[in-house]
Design a protein around this ligand. Sequence first.
Ligand SMILES: C[S@@+](CC[C@H](N)C(=O)[O-])C[C@H]1O[C@@H](n2cnc3c(N)ncnc32)[C@H](O)[C@@H]1O
Length: 231
Amino acid sequence: MEARPLSAPYETYLHMLVDLHRLMAPARYLEIGVNEGHSLACAGSGTRLLGVDPAPRVVSLDHPDWSIVEATSEAFFRERDVSDLLGGPVDLAFVDGLHHFEVALADVLSMEPHAHPGTVVLVHDALPIDKPTSERDRSSVVWSGDVWKAVVLLRRHRPDLTVTTMDVSPTGMAVITGFGEVVDHSWVGPAVRGLMDADYGDLVAMGVERSLGVRPGTPAVLADLLPARNP
Ligand SMILES: C[S@@+](CC[C@H](N)C(=O)[O-])C[C@H]1O[C@@H](n2cnc3c(N)ncnc32)[C@H](O)[C@@H]1O
């Protein structure tokens, strides 16, 4: 098969996820929001998979080591220990649960104690298409919600992390690296309240590219974003 050029964009976020699993070969993978299991199915057979979803619709998965906890991410992080369940820290995580920014942000910060310097955390739906698809209340088939605000806040309040939004179809994927510091989360409450009423027009006014750190959704960019060390 012909190798695809590193500058050609991934067709979709799932193609990017497959490539990331290939590049990282993570031992432990956490996914928030599994739905029918399409993104879980991107993992290689050597990765232990843990999914979290209050209403999973995964019927079967052709993989030797997977489990799903039926719960909201909020309840999951409150009641369960991720590292215990996975048998060690999280190498790769994918946040794709409730499309409300305060929940996506809490998902990232709640898994932070289970991350290490080589951990990569992805946040789906970081790059909204337009106003209707980026509303908090769903009114369209493609729906990113206001997850973009989580990216704005992480870029604003967590300079220790590298937070980049890759422009992959349909609604972008944030790639977060640089975990490992013990950090103060006291900024979260006021910052969430401050952005709660912002809408797509405010994002445009702030500058989409700059506020979200947008880069092309290509293999070359993904390779550039990966931590040098993946223990
Ligand atoms: C967009 S779908 C996930 C799609 C899947 N990751 C994929 O790419 O194929 C979102 C999922 O999030 C789940 N969800 C909704 N609220 C949630 C919450 N509070 N915590 C975790 N998952 C949630 C829904 O049940 C739904 O299955």
